[in-house]
Design a protein around this ligand. Structure first.
Ligand code: CUA
Length: 320
């Protein structure tokens, strides 16, 4: 997750701004230290009249204290401004770049791929799949507190502000996997707000999306698990094609949990807390408040282990 290991045009532009700022900062710091050492030498020089002292001091204050900072900061600003501008979606008309919506939650990422008319929206969590080699407009917002969207190797970052949508344009040069992390302190589990970013070739991306866009296949088997899910989980979580008659409570609060339609295909659980392995979901369901204390999912002490294992086994099967 190093910004110096750039893998896209926005990150490359930021890379040069980073170096420019480092070089200017080093030059300024060394000059200040050199001047400080110079003051020791001056003490041994003959006394000046107060008038001369004032003139010299004024020269240093105007030159070193005002003119120099103004010149160097304006120079850095002029150098860096186009970089910031290049990440705004202004140059390409809307519709010419792929659009992906990213919504921050405490403490997970909701990713939405809006469908054309008559198509289903594809909704997933904590895993962002994008096409490589073309610009992608990320439309970002938050549903609770301020988070920040940041994929260091592709560029960024930008605050995700509740009630407001902003767009950031990023591009991955080549297919690959990139780490991303919430970059604004957003509460106790800010650390555990990782995002797994995958850039795919256009064809693979289209196939990935089409698989999830297809109408859900009616679910079979795992009757007990699905019934328990309807009773304990479906008030916050959704699974595409989950039969409505099994949902016991309708959503009556504003806490929404991740859509679990393709959870079995995700690389991690709990936004990077556990790798997705066999039995991982059942383990998470039993220990999630120890693994990620304070997360919005209530503890499951009232549900017996066997039922949780059942639900876990069923969820693991959920892949497009
Ligand atoms: Cu979300 Cu920090």
């Amino acid at each position: 997750m190093s910004i110096l290991d750039h893998s896209g045009p926005a990150a490359r532009a930021q890379f040069w701004v980073w170096w420019a700022m480092l070089i200017v900062t080093v030059v300024v710091s060394l000059s200040v230290y050199a001047l400080w050492l110079y003051t020791f030498r001056r003490r041994e020089q003959p006394q000046r009249t107060p008038r001369e002292e004032r003139r010299i001091m004024l020269r240093w204050v105007l030159g070193g204290g005002i003119a120099l900072p103004v010149v160097s900061i304006v120079a850095l600003l002029v150098f860096a401004a186009p970089t910031g501008r290049s990440m705004l979606p202004l140059p390409l008309p809307e519709g010419e770049a792929e659009r992906i919506e990213v919504i921050g939650h405490q403490w997970w990422w909701e990713i939405r791929y809006p469908g054309e008319e008559g198509e289903r929206d594809v909704i997933t969590a904590n895993r962002l799949v994008m096409p490589a080699g073309e610009p992608v407009d990320f439309r970002i917002t938050s549903e609770d507190v301020i988070h920040a969207f940041w994929i260091p190797r592709l560029g960024g970052k930008r605050d995700m502000i509740p009630g407001r949508h902003s767009t950031i344009r990023l591009e991955a040069d080549v297919p690959g996997v990139f780490g991303a992390q919430c970059a604004e302190y957003c509460g106790a589990q800010h650390t555990h707000m990782l995002l797994h970013v995958e850039a795919l070739e256009r064809d693979a991306y289209d196939a990935w999306l089409a698989e999830r866009r297809a109408p859900p296949v009616p679910q079979e088997g795992f009757d007990q698990a699905r019934e328990a899910f309807g009773e304990h989980c479906a008030a916050c979580h959704t699974v595409a094609g989950f039969p409505e008659e099994l949902v016991v409570d309708e959503l009556e609060h504003d806490i929404r949990g991740p859509d679990l339609s393709d959870i079995g295909s995700r690389p991690t659980l709990g936004a990077g807390v556990l790798p997705m392995e066999e039995g991982a979901i059942a383990y998470w369901l039993q220990h999630h408040q120890t693994l990620k204390p304070g997360n919005r999912m209530p503890p499951h002490h009232h549900i017996d282990t066997e039922t949780l294992q059942d639900i876990g086994a069923w969820l693991e099967m959920l892949e497009p």
